[in-house]
Design a protein around this ligand. Structure first.
Ligand code: 8YV
Length: 324
């Protein structure tokens, strides 16, 4: 009616997205509708693009199929394992994500989580608040960053930002990824288990999805050994959570710092009850400024599409221009 293209916002009425989009598109918000089925039926034929507000909002082939005119999906977050991008690519639909604008924030969080895990800062904070300091200082941490070697699992854009920080900390870095990264001088391990045997600390920052499911398995944890610390900044699915819990219980690894979980926001009770792990509620990119920049990139990818321009940040599975 308005001549503006119909765009579906999956997820809630995120103010930044609504503000950025409502002037240029005819925006429909899925979250607002009590009868989701009826609503999707009524707009399915006219929706030409989708904005995805959170990485928790799943977009699979069956969902995309409901929109025969769908051209573009603009998704929030650098990770897009919640979207079947391969299916999209095969059906001429372009998927965009929000890379780069969060690199430094996530790398900051990763270093914070590493330090908290190694030196037990959250536990020491709890100790102070519990009034225990006057009767004796917090016990010296058994672990230190000073004698550690970090194996980064996934040397992409965020992995490199983490590695730069570790260099400044004077911590040796090696890495594993599917292929060696051009221009990276850190030692490369084609096999993760070989790297795990030679380091004591793993920092996991690979994409989620089927290709990395349970990459950090019981064998890798065993190879890491009793001094081992696992920091997961990627997706819960990348670590075999059951094997990790076993290894932590039996102290066959030393500790873990986790920002992500298999079934988040639900966290296994066994982890919650362990005092020697550090758990964060998926905070990697979670500052107001960085989330604002990510939201803006979701908007800008759609505004480019409205203007008939190429997307700013298409994912590799859906190259532009699309094959239709
Ligand atoms: C998201 C993330 O913001 O970018 C990603 O891939 O995991 C985070 O930055 C988070 O998942 C909230 O949706």
């Amino acid at each position: 009616s308005s001549g503006k293209p119909d765009v579906l916002l999956v997820g809630n009425r995120k103010p930044t997205l609504v503000k950025g989009l409502e002037g240029a598109v005819n925006l429909h918000v899925l979250f607002d509708h009590p009868d989701r089925e009826a609503f999707l039926k009524s707009i399915g034929g006219s929706v030409r693009a989708i904005a995805v507000a959170y990485t928790a909002d799943k977009v699979d082939g069956a969902f995309m199929q409901r929109f025969p005119k769908l051209e573009q999906i603009s998704s929030f977050g650098v990770g897009y394992d919640h979207i079947d991008a391969k299916w999209a690519g095969q059906h001429g639909i372009v998927v965009t994500n929000t890379p780069d604008v969060l690199n430094e924030e996530v790398a900051d969080t990763a270093l914070g989580l590493l330090l908290c895990t190694v030196r037990e800062f959250p536990q020491a904070d709890r100790y102070l608040r519990a009034g225990k300091w006057p009767s004796g200082g917090y016990p010296l941490s058994k672990a230190t960053l000073r004698d550690r070697t970090v194996g980064i699992v996934g040397m992409g854009r965020i992995g490199k930002a983490i590695a730069r920080r570790l260099e400044a900390f004077g911590v040796p870095v090696v890495y594993h990824s599917r292929n060696p990264q051009p221009g990276v001088s850190y030692k490369y391990y084609p096999k993760l288990v070989d790297m795990a045997r030679e380091v004591d600390t793993l920092m996991v920052i690979v994409p989620g999805g089927a290709a990395t499911q349970n990459l950090i398995n019981a064998e890798v944890l065993k190879a890491l050994g009793p001094r081992g610390i696992v920091i997961n900044m990627a997706r819960g699915s990348v670590v075999d959570e059951k094997a990790l819990i076993e290894a932590l219980k039996n102290r066959t690894i030393f500790s873990a710092g986790l920002d992500v979980f298999v079934n988040e926001p639900h966290v296994p009770q066994e982890l919650i009850e362990m005092d020697h792990v550090v758990l964060l509620p998926h905070l990697g990119s979670a500052s107001e400024a960085t989330r604002q920049a990510m939201d803006q990139l979701v908007v800008d990818n759609l505004l480019a599409w409205v203007a008939g321009k190429p997307p700013l940040t298409p994912v590799p599975e859906t190259p532009y221009p699309p094959k239709r």
